[in-house]
Design a protein around this ligand. Structure first.
Ligand code: SF4
Length: 495
């Protein structure tokens, strides 16, 4: 039997997955570009461009190496592969275990053989061993176990610097004056131009310039750019939301890690080498390492550990339709969300704090149906793999799993956004007010959310302070009255 290696668009790496031991003289390679992927939903232009162009570039590189590559276009991935098998009955289709439940099931259905998926640092089996042993699935505990297991930033059994994390130092708000540096842009080549010309009308967002590389060389350039220009200041400002920079000091590496152009091993290795050169504060290095070996691996592990039905959770019975402002920032006068959604529209990306404390916080407080919000997040973010978004939205963002992942909801009024962002100055709303026409919708809705969900939270000891605050709120009836009006207007795109 001839081996035909199927390469999904999130496994684009010559050294890992099915291609690890591939031989250009023996193995055939198969890529499938599915029409459903293009037109099935209102995907962000940048997202489709990045995923498809990266795959086409990668297929070309493999052809240059001497492989026999079939790059198929078909209605669905399964139709394309079935057609391939019909034409090549003596070929055995092989793939590294896919990164989503849906793809695993679909490929098994047509008899594809799976080989090890080594695109993460933690196998499903290893993660299960850890999770089975926990009373609660705290990321911090997982992260410390990873530091020990992988022997990263360790001195014997102790963390380097005698502290596991530098969160207290890494929560600086954006300074009034600060040089955030320039982000990289790349040149469109023939393949990029071709992909761009084929994007369907159903796409959302903008694609004026090439801000996301589509080759491994460009991904490596982005990685170097981060380590040379931003790494030293990443830690202190990782939660800051400046108004004059869409990137802050973030690495912008998640899309490349998620489609395979970069591997977490090489990113960690480069980070440690830079740190060891002596120019990087430990707080920045630790903050970055935590994202890669902690959060990223934890989220992936939990995606598989919690099972396929987890995505349907709706523990707070939130059933509001997606607010119009998420797809059209002109539908709101709230400075923060207008600015963040506009960034998402332009770049297909914003960092974890605007995602969590501006976008998701609003979805949580207004009671948007978690699955509607999940669909939107999947469509508009460049790095939104299924395994990333399901635990992030269902667990962290909307608390729809009733605390399985996070012991308390990430709900907050305008005070947090005001402290960590530069949006409130100049906004027609006042983050300190919860009643009146100029009350900040976040602040009003925060108290209304706690009150609406009191039954869920009253016995949660981590919510004691918040519930105590709610009980002492003298103007709760007026706040709830204002919340009613805010919710109606947000649903109508009028606030
Ligand atoms: Fe956002 Fe409220 Fe601040 Fe306006 S006042 S920018 S709505 S947090």
């Amino acid at each position: 039997m001839t081996r035909a290696l199927f390469i999904p668009f999130d496994q684009l790496n010559r050294s890992f997955g099915a291609l690890k031991n591939a031989d250009p003289n023996k193995d055939h390679l198969v890529f499938v570009e599915s029409q459903r992927m293009l037109t099935g939903r209102s995907w962000h232009k940048q997202r489709l461009q990045f995923l498809i162009s990266s795959a086409r570039h990668f297929a070309e590189e493999l052809r240059t190496e001497g492989f026999n590559v079939s790059y198929l276009k078909s209605m669905t991935t399964i139709e394309g592969l079935s057609e391939y098998l019909k034409k090549n009955p003596k070929h055995e289709l092989i793939c590294a275990t896919p990164n989503s439940f849906k793809m695993r099931e679909a490929l098994l259905g047509i008899g594809v053989t799976f080989v090890e998926n080594d695109f993460f640092l933690t196998s499903e089996k290893l993660f299960k061993l850890w999770a089975d042993d926990q009373k609660s699935y705290t990321m911090e505990n997982f992260y410390r176990a990873q530091r020990r297991r992988l022997n990263i930033l360790m001195s014997g059994d102790n963390p380097v610097g005698d502290q596991w994390n530098y969160d207290a130092e890494n929560r600086l708000p954006p300074p009034k004056e600060h040089d955030w540096g320039k982000s990289l842009t790349f040149k469109f080549d023939e393949i990029d131009e071709q992909v761009s010309s084929e994007l369907p009308d159903t796409t959302w967002g903008e694609l004026d310039q090439k801000i996301w590389g589509t080759t491994r060389a460009e991904a490596l350039k982005q990685m170097k750019h981060f380590f040379d220009n931003h790494f030293d200041q990443f830690g202190p400002y990782e939660d800051a939301m400046p108004k004059n920079s869409w990137t802050g000091h973030h690495s912008l590496l998640s899309p490349y890690l998620n489609n395979g152009l970069l591997h977490p091993k090489e990113v960690v290795k480069a980070a440690l080498a830079k740190y060891e050169s002596g120019s990087i504060p430990l707080s920045s290095c630790e903050g970055f390492i935590r994202q890669v070996i902690g959060w990223r691996e934890y989220i992936n592990g939990m995606y598989w550990y919690l099972g396929e039905d987890y995505r349907d959770s709706n523990g707070l019975a939130a059933n509001r339709k997606l607010l119009p402002l998420f797809t059209d920032p002109s539908k709101t006068q709230m400075n923060c969300i207008k600015s963040v959604v506009s960034d998402v529209k332009s770049y297909g990306w914003t960092h974890h704090i605007p995602r969590l404390m501006v976008l998701s916080n609003l979805a949580l407080l207004t009671g948007v149906k978690p699955q509607e919000f999940l669909d939107w997040m999947r469509e508009v973010f460049i790095d939104a793999a299924d395994w990333v978004m399901v635990p992030n939205v269902i667990g962290m963002a909307t608390h729809a799993d009733q605390g399985l992942l996070m012991t308390k909801p990430y709900a907050s009024g305008g005070a947090y956004i005001s402290k960590m962002g530069q949006f409130c100055k100049g906004c027609i709303y006042d983050p300190k007010k919860r009643t009146g026409d100029d009350a900040c919708p976040y602040t009003t809705l925060y108290w209304d959310f706690l009150d609406r969900n009191l039954e869920h939270f009253k016995n949660n000891h981590r919510m004691f302070q918040q519930i105590n605050g709610l009980e002492r709120l003298s103007d709760l009836p007026a706040t709830k009255e204002r919340a009613k009006e805010v919710l109606e207007k947000l649903s109508g795109g009028q606030i």
